[in-house]
Design a protein around this ligand. Structure first.
Ligand SMILES: [Zn+2]
Length: 212
């Protein structure tokens, strides 16, 4: 089955996607990964991508669509694709429909991790990482002091790229872009909203319920 997963930054989408990939043998289709892979392999497309990124441009939809078609046309991926971070705009939605049709593929379900602004801010602002052992914590939800963490506190760092203004701006942009896409899938009865403010394993339990 092919799945699309949506959620704002900080909704824990990456973790849930990983769970699904592992438990249902899905193939994660992330445009970020595809672009990086193309750049690393130094393909003709990869060189083009690298040049737009280095000049500060967005990667054109045409390039994204070509990469996505490469994935969908490959029978090894068919009926097991988990789209993560794609489609990102309405052009991509339409293109995805065309490609799915062309290769006789269907979307089984569209999962939306519904998360409010405050939760996202707290999750991202509260992030703490231990540089010694790699454990992650959260100042609000999972403080290292209460998690039985043994390393000295000097190893703990907060992520400096997550300041509140940036987080809120990213959240608003995400909502504006994603709402019309969610409505589109809702009209086709494909959308399932999942409470992204729950604990991670509770969220995953809910996701499992919609899987066959
Ligand atoms: Zn540690």
């Amino acid at each position: 089955m092919n799945i699309i997963i949506f959620g704002p930054p900080g909704a824990g989408k990456g973790t849930q996607a990983e769970n699904l990939v592992k438990d249902y043998n899905l193939f994660k289709v992330s445009t970020g990964d595809l672009l990086r892979e193309e750049i690393n392999k130094e393909t003709k497309l990869g060189i083009q991508i690298k040049s737009s990124i280095s000049r500060g441009f967005f990667v054109a939809d045409d390039i994204i669509n070509t990469l996505i078609e490469n994935i969908i046309s490959d029978s090894a991926n068919q009926n097991r694709m988990l789209f993560d971070g794609y489609p990102r705009n309405f052009n991509q939605v339409k293109k995805l429909d065309l490609l799915l049709n062309k290769y006789n593929q269907k979307i089984f379900s569209v999962i939306n991790l519904n998360t409010d602004r405050d939760t996202v801010v707290k999750r991202l602002l509260g992030r703490i990482v231990c540089l010694k052992c790699g454990s992650t914590f959260n100042k609000f939800f999972k403080p290292p002091s209460k998690s039985g963490h043994k390393c000295e506190s000097k190893h703990l760092i907060t992520r400096s790229d997550d300041n509140e203004k940036t987080i809120i701006k990213r959240f608003i942009t995400y909502e504006e872009k994603t709402l019309p896409i969610l409505n589109y899938y809702k009209k086709q009865n494909l959308l399932t909203n999942i409470d992204g403010m729950n604990k991670i394993d509770e969220i995953y339990k809910e996701i499992r319920q919609i899987m066959p």
